[in-house]
Write a protein that binds this ligand. Sequence first.
Ligand SMILES: O=P(O)(O)OC[C@H]1O[C@H](O[C@H]2O[C@H](CO)[C@@H](O)[C@H](O)[C@H]2O)[C@H](O)[C@@H](O)[C@@H]1O
Length: 264
Amino acid sequence: MDGSLVSALSPELRRALTGLSGTSPLVIALDFDGTMSPLVDRPEDARPLPASAAAAQLLAGLPGVITALISGRDLRSLEAVYPAPRPQVLIGSHGAERVLPEFLNTDAQHIDLDAQQEQLLQDTTQILGEISDAFDGTSLEYKPASTVLHIRQADPVTGQAALDEAYRQLQAVSGLRLLAGKAVLEASVLKTTKGQALQWLRTVTGAQSLIFVGDDVTDEDGFNALGEGDLGIKVGAGQTAAHFRIDAPADLPELLEYLVELRS
Ligand SMILES: O=P(O)(O)OC[C@H]1O[C@H](O[C@H]2O[C@H](CO)[C@@H](O)[C@H](O)[C@H]2O)[C@H](O)[C@@H](O)[C@@H]1O
C-alpha cells in the first residue's frame, strides 16, 4: 500500500489475515451484492469492482487457495453480472445451486422443485405481483426457488408499506421462508442458507481455514457457521457475528490484495 494513504484494514484485521498466511487450503468466500459490487438501483446493473475481480483472479491462481462466490442471486443472474474470469466455486440461491471446478471432483447442484414447491412459488409470485402493482416504484425479481420484492426505487414510505403488506400476507404461509435483505424481501420455497453452503465448502475442499466476507442479513448465517481458525469480515454497518469489519465494497480490493501479497 502507498504509505501516504490511510489503510481500510484495521491493524487487528491485518494481524488476523497474516495469521492465515500459512494455512492450506485456505478458502476465500465472497458475497457479491454489497461486497464485490456496490449496491445499485437495478440488480441487472451490478458489476464487481474491477480491482476486486482482478485480486480475486490472482488469488485463484495461487497454490493452497480456493476462491468462491456465495450469493443470494441465482446462478444465471450471477453469471450475467459477473463475467468470467470468476472465482473458482460459484454458489447461488443462498446455497441451493453450485458450480464447481473439476479438481474438487464433486457434482454441480441445480434446483429441482417438487410439484408442491412449484405451486407454492407460483402462488407466492402472484401475491407479490399484486403487491408490486399496487405500490409505485417496487419491482419483482424471479429466481428458480424464490421471488424477490425490490423497493430500492420506491419512495421510502411506499417501499416500507409494500414490505409490510408482503409480510402480512406471507409470514404465516407454510413451507415459505421469508428473507429480509437490503431494500428487499425474498420469499423462498427452499430452506438452504449460506451457513450450510460454507459448511459444505469446508467439507469438499478440506479447508484448513475459511475467510468469508459479506454485507447483508443472510450473510449472518455464513458468519455464524464459521469456526475456530476462520475469519468473518462484515462490509459496512449493522449488527454482526463477524470478527472484523471493512466500511464498503471499495475497501475489498485492499483486503484481497493484502492476501495476494501474503500468499505470493
Ligand atoms: O448474497 P448477495 O450476492 O449479496 O445477493 C443478495 C441479493 O442481492 C441483490 O439485491 C441487492 O443488490 C441489488 C443490486 O445492487 C440492489 O438493488 C438490492 O436492493 C439489494 O438487496 C439481488 O437482486 C438479490 O436477488 C440477492 O438475493
